[in-house]
Design a protein around this ligand. Structure first.
Ligand code: DAU
Length: 320
């Protein structure tokens, strides 16, 4: 949001958010008084609210980020994921179709492809078959298929983006990197699932923003674009890097019961997006160092989250 509001002063940019558990308006303090920024609190699955908003504002573009996104929560309660990610997407598609938007960008995930094995020469391409393994990724895959269908059936101008794991400022502390940073800073144990050898391909949030911006403006109608920057690390490498940077002991690592259906490895082949003109600017080493510094500088933000309702989820997920 900040990226677009700062870059496109000539656009009126609407931030539509239901402000559920991870929603937080303090993130937008820097832009909230800008003339080109508007906030609307609404549920994407509320058809009446969404259709009337779209009819009133006649948006040119829709960039659809709104989703339940945490795999562990989808294992605890899949139904919220179907409601928001599948039904909510369908409502947005209907509203976009009704007013005839110029582009609908659906922000999806590499998890729709399922998992890769540990052979480092294999990658997800846009041609990799969809084979989601978690209720979360199945709900995202379902929404991808609906977006594709609205393009094929109704001619809605669309792109689908599939990114790898994001990291950076304001990342909700349920995800591995902010969870590790905040727990290490509090001298608390860091739960590593299974043996910690699962691999993720880390994408800095600013590189992700630049990719979405490019796809919104230059993406070929109807195309899917994978977004990832060849930053593969095992979970254990990530956790150890954070611990070392903060000068703490690896005794903080606690191996815990593995996630159900835990995908082994994700890795993106971004060739198609690079051909459009994108390349990532962040190497993992630089990005993680800056991210750790951001959490050091913004302790009040994450300590507030960790002491609120998130605490209840944490205890349910990991035990007291
Ligand atoms: O690949 C893109 C996806 O990345 C996005 O679509 C998802 O919305 C996003 O949550 C993320 O999915 P992951 O499941 O990979 O992210 P998470 O941070 O939950 O976990 C990263 C890895 O770390 C994964 O292998 C599980 C492991 N892990 C995670 C947590 C929360 C642990 O070992 N311990 C933990 O406590």
């Amino acid at each position: 949001m900040q990226y677009m509001v700062n870059k496109y002063l000539q656009y009126d940019i609407y931030n539509l958010d239901l402000l559920t558990y991870a929603g937080d308006l303090t993130k937008h303090k820097e832009i909230e008084s800008r003339d080109n920024y508007y906030f609307v609190k609404a549920d994407i699955a509320d058809r009446e609210a969404i259709v009337s908003l779209f009819e009133k504002e006649k948006f040119d573009y829709v960039v659809h980020f709104a989703a339940e996104s945490h795999v562990d929560r989808s294992i605890l309660d899949p139904s919220t994921f179907v409601r928001t990610n599948v039904l909510g997407t369908q409502v947005l598609l209907d509203a976009a179709k009704q007013i005839g938007v110029s582009k609908f960008v659906h922000v999806s995930t590499d998890e729709v492809y399922g998992e890769l094995n540990f052979d480092p020469t294999t990658f997800f391409t846009e041609e990799t078959p969809i084979k989601p393994n978690s209720p979360y990724s199945a709900s995202k895959a379902s929404s991808d298929l609906l977006v594709r269908a609205y393009h094929e059936t109704f001619g809605l101008p669309i792109n689908i983006t599939r990114c790898s794991n994001n990291y950076g400022p304001y990342h909700f502390p349920e995800k591995l990197i902010p969870l590790t940073i905040s727990r290490v800073l509090n001298n608390q144990k860091v739960p590593v699932y299974g043996d910690g050898r699962n691999i993720r391909d880390w994408l800095h949030v600013i590189d992700h923003c630049a990719a979405i911006d490019l796809v919104l403006h230059e993406g070929l109608n109807g195309e899917v674009y994978n977004i990832g920057g060849h930053n593969e690390r095992t979970n254990l490498e990530v956790v150890k890097t954070i611990i070392a940077t903060l000068g703490k002991s690896e005794d903080l690592i606690e191996f815990v019961k593995d996630r159900l259906g835990h995908d082994k490895r994700y890795a993106i082949d971004p060739t198609k997006l690079e051909a459009l003109g994108w390349k990532p600017n962040f190497k993992f080493e630089t990005g993680i160092a800056q991210t750790i510094q951001w959490y050091l500088d913004n302790e009040e933000w994450w300590q507030r989250i960790n002491s609120g309702e998130y605490k209840t989820y944490f205890e349910q997920q990991y035990g007291a």
